[in-house]
Design a protein around this ligand. Structure first.
Ligand code: FE
Ligand code: FE
Ligand code: ZN
Length: 276
């Protein structure tokens, strides 16, 4: 059994997301900790948050997967962008303590011309300035498609970041099926091989969440264009094999497919039908 859900809007608060996901038929979800384009985060109402926590417990939800802003780039060549990213990361992680024990996913970043080596050091430095021993959130590095100057398109790059972070027991990885496919990992033709490679380089114990997306492009295209389940180049048979794979059971699977509410309800129902 996996946990399945999709991205939700936090506009109506936290309890509302719990109810909405119950209506959608899922048992996990993702949300942006602030406007995906950046900007200030709204204060959390503790009463609202505790109502969500009751739902999570009573309805047996899996771990939730918060998503950082896309503008948060710890390895930009611009110092002010890096400083701003560090601020966002530190504030987001403080806020996550109001919903303890969940997952916080972020894009490692884009090196914007500096090259991956400098970028990896800057990302690790940012994490070293932001993690603390008693924090209750696990911070996830997302596997990236390699579009532009994105860092984190290979398992080796993610391993490098993890190795340079002191409190790396707080770190995990979120595997985005569209991104790894676009990055050249053949999750359709050789899923076992990809997971074996992941285990060898990073360790499967670090794998904490799946972004469950089909891809509009061929394996290795480095494009990052998500597609609905079964309508892309990965295809429904392979998506099903991923959801059913024994080593991926008990993980939260988050749909980031191009859908409206009804589309998500249908994809969640499809995944749930596989689990029966
Ligand atoms: Fe993402
Ligand atoms: Fe993703
Ligand atoms: Zn993507």
């Amino acid at each position: 059994m996996i946990n399945i859900g999709c991205h939700l809007s936090v506009t109506n608060g936290y309890e509302a997301m719990g109810h909405q996901m119950m209506e959608f038929g899922g048992n996990t979800f993702a949300w942006f900790t602030r406007n995906p384009r950046g900007g200030r985060a709204k204060d959390i109402d503790p009463a609202d948050m505790s109502k969500l926590q009751e739902i999570l417990k009573n309805e047996h939800f899996g771990k939730l997967v918060a998503h950082a802003s896309y503008t948060m780039n710890l390895c930009s060549s611009k110092p002010e962008t890096r400083a701003n990213a560090l601020d966002m990361l530190q504030q987001d992680l403080q806020r996550m303590e109001q919903i303890p024990g969940q997952l916080y996913n972020f894009h490692p970043g884009s090196h914007t011309g500096q090259g991956p080596e400098i970028a990896i050091q800057q990302i690790s430095d940012g994490l070293n300035k932001s993690l603390w021993p008693k924090m209750q959130t696990t911070v996830l590095l997302e596997t990236m498609a390699g579009k532009g100057s994105e860092v984190g398109k290979t398992f080796e790059e993610l391993r490098e970041i993890i190795d340079r972070v002191e409190l790396n027991d707080k770190l995990g990885v979120c595997l985005d099926t569209c991104h790894v496919w676009d990055g050249g990992y053949d999750v359709a033709g050789d899923l076992d091989g990809v997971l074996t490679e992941f285990d060898k380089i990073i360790g499967l114990d670090r794998l904490k969440a799946i972004h469950f997306n089909d891809s509009k492009n061929e394996c290795g295209a480095a494009k990052d264009r998500h597609e609905k389940l079964g309508q892309g180049c990965i295809g429904m048979d392979a998506m099903k094999r991923i959801a059913m794979h024994p080593v991926l059971q008990n993980l939260p699977f988050i749909l980031e497919t191009p859908n409206d509410d009804q589309g998500y309800i249908e994809e969640i129902a499809t995944v749930n039908s596989w689990m029966k």
